[in-house]
Design a protein around this ligand. Structure first.
Ligand code: C5J
Length: 222
């Protein structure tokens, strides 16, 4: 498929699907389901469900177009050797990172809560990036993967808009990628942060990138 046109803000974007990747950020049980990391911080995790169907739509379109699909998961080694003490000690959660919970140890790799939700489960061959931080480039091999495939455009969705989605888009923008947030396929525990987070990406002529949605993305690939 040669270049296609995407309806986006602040301006339409032409992209080549062969040089683009869909990046699904942290659609994990720990953030979306009761008993996980998100809930331990006092959040209403049901708010994140809004992103699931649009993510499914974007994922189906990317798979059908043969586009690179990358999933990320935030989490830490069981011995917490990669977890900054300042992150583990932060705030007053009901359970801290590494503590036992109903879905296993909170935010620990290999535990049930760390896994991706069933509705968006990675297909065979789709890379899954385990990241210890908020941004998907920090301490991971994402940059190498994208460089190896000649990727220049990232479509980013997942949770949460103003935290891991935003950090990844900022990191990608600084590294020279054209980053597009699929707004309805992102969600936050704070609806206001979601709205303003998307506004921040597309402000000032697209200071961090573009904002579009799952329908426009799948329409462009049709
Ligand atoms: C958070 C994330 N919110 N995936 N992580 O701690 O946005």
């Amino acid at each position: 498929m040669s270049e296609v046109q995407l309806c986006a803000e602040p301006a339409p974007l032409a992209f080549s699907p062969a040089r683009a990747a869909l990046v699904l950020i942290d659609m994990q049980r720990d953030f979306l389901e009761p008993g996980g990391f998100g809930e331990t911080l006092g959040n209403d995790v049901s708010l994140l469900q809004a992103a699931v169907e649009p993510c499914q739509r974007a994922l189906a379109a990317a798979r059908a177009a043969g586009m690179l699909v990358i999933h990320t998961r935030e989490g830490h080694r069981p011995d917490l050797s990669d977890a900054p003490p300042a992150k583990v000690a932060r705030g007053a959660p009901s359970r801290r990172i590494g503590d036992p919970g109903p879905m296993g140890r909170i935010l620990i790799r290999g535990e049930p809560g760390h896994d991706i939700v069933e509705a968006l489960y990675p297909a065979r061959g789709e890379p899954v990036i385990d990241k210890p931080g908020k941004g998907a480039f920090h301490q991971t091999d994402l940059m190498q993967m994208l460089r190896n495939r000649g990727i220049d455009t990232l479509f980013v969705c997942g949770v949460t808009t103003e935290v891991c989605v935003h950090t990844t888009i900022r990191e990608g923008n600084d590294r020279g990628f054209r980053c597009v947030a699929l707004g309805d396929a992102c969600a936050s525990y704070f609806p206001e942060f979601h709205r303003v987070g998307l506004d921040m990406i597309k402000a000032q002529g697209g200071i961090f990138g573009w904002v579009s949605d799952a329908a426009a993305f799948s329409g462009a690939l049709d």
